[in-house]
Structure formats: structure tokens, C-alpha cells
Design a protein around this ligand. Sequence first.
Ligand SMILES: [Zn+2]
Length: 330
Amino acid sequence: MKINKLLILPILTLLFLQACKSDDKKETDTDENATVKLLSPEFDADSALAYTKAQVDFGPRIPSTVAHTNTLNYLVAKFKSFGGEVTVQEAPAKTYDGKTHRLKNIIAAFSPEKTQRVLISAHWDARPFSDQDPDESMRNKPFDAANDGASGVAVMLEMARQLQKKQPNVGVDFILWDIEDYGKANDESENETTWCIGSQYWAKNPHKKGYKPLYGINLDMVGGSNAQFTQDEISRKYAPQVVKKVWDIGNEIGYSAYFINVTSGNLVDDHFWVNQAGIPCIDVIHYSDASGFYMNWHTQLDNLNNIDRNTLKAVGQTVLETIFREQPAS
Ligand SMILES: [Zn+2]
């Protein structure tokens, strides 16, 4: 995941715009607001944390490694055990360093017979090097990628586990993108295609002909402490109604500290490619123009010790509630 630096507005302008905005929201009340009635089952953050650990325990999920294959088998088995109809979309792929891989997007469909569906996605691969590490000698080393990868997948696993107990009105498709995070660093906008290789492939070759869910929600770095999710330019451009829906629900059910009413600039993430396939898709990502990505992004410190169950809970419950509030059009 990278920022398109060329398109980001100067921070001062954004701060100014924020200061001028006075949309007092009715539903900014939060954690103490225990009266909110959820339609969704209770998202278990400890379970999501355990799923994060399970992935980290395989080692860095770098494409074409044993850890990657073992994690693939684990994720396929898990989604199947929760009742998902699981397929793996495979294709040859080449990364910018000239290496060749077999990309594996994992797709788990719940209630496949339902025509109205929601897509939830995250990348399951780990970046092969911690090139943002403050210590230069560590920058070519792999890292655990507990937040940048594993957290989003863990939230999806826990959501899938809950779908066994209670079904929403809509069908749900979970897609785990492969080879998202193998892009060329310090690279300007002309070569964005080195990132998000799995979602790019899928956008051109959807797993089902004419696949058209109502919308998509992509999760990226959803387990860091004090995470704040801003509304990025791509999400606002292609799926403004989905941004509003998810942020409103997050605020209403007690997570206004996470789903903040702040816009951000142009991010190249998997949601961009889903939008290119004609499916409105947002990104829930720990990023702001003012502070950048999650503080341990692409460093050795992106490990399990720095995963916060409260953030997993905020995201998992909000996305689950969003799905459970969908009423299929007749
Ligand atoms: Zn990343």
C-alpha cells in the first residue's frame, strides 16, 4: 500500500478545511452509549486476536514461501469450517524485482444462493522487507506484518465465524487478496501497478462472470492502537454512500474515535482496483494525511505486541453491523 504523493493536498489546506467544517453530528456519542441495539452478533475481539496470532505464527506470509503456503491451507480450512464455499483463484504473477509467483486470491462465499451480496476484503500476503524501518540494517529483512495484512484477515475470519450463528439478509463474499504488498518503494505514481497484484488480476478476471455485489469494504491495518480511519479520496470518489453508511454506523455504535470525519488524499490500495471493476468499494485503513500510515507500517515493530484488540473490535463490529442492517431490495 502506498500513497500517491503527487495528489495529496497540502496538510495545512486540509486542516483548514477541517476547521471550517461544522457538521455537528447527532450520533457522536460513544462507548458509554450502551443502549444501542445491534442487529449483528457480538464480534469477539479475543477471537480476532487469536486469528491474528495464528497467521503471525506461520512466519511472514511472503509469496512463494512455505509460510505463505501453510497460511493458505489454514485460511481455506478455516473459512470452510465456518460454512463458507471456498475457492482459490490462481494465476502466474511477476513482481517488480523480476521474481515469478503463483498468485492465490482466496474467496469464501457465505449464503451463495443470495443474489444481493456484500464484498469484504483484505490482503493476506506480507511485504517481504521492512523498508520503512528506522534502522537501515533491517530494511531488507522480513517482518511479522501483524497489522499490515494479518489484522484485516483476522477480522474477516471472526466475522465469518459469527455468520454461522446468525445470517444477515444479504450474502457475504470474503476475498483475501494475494501479493498486495510487494510493490516498489519510493516509487511515484507512474508505477502504481507494482502494488495490489492480486486485486488487479481479479478486477480483470472476476471469479464469477457478471459478479456485482452491492458494494465492497476493504480492510487494511485495522489492528493498531488508537487507529484512526480517514475517508480517502478514492473511497469518497467512487463510493461516497458506502463511506457515509459505514462511518455513520461506526459512530452510532460507539466507535467515533476510530471512524473520524476527516478526509484524506489519494491512496493506492486494493479498493482502487475493485472500483475499476465497477463495484463501489471503500477502504478502512489506518492512515491520515497529517500522520501518514500506522506508525509501525513496514517496520520490524509491526508485530503481535502492537496489535490492539479494541481496534479489531471497533472495525469488526462496525462492518458486521453494516452487513446486518442491509435490507435486500425486492
Ligand atoms: Zn503494506
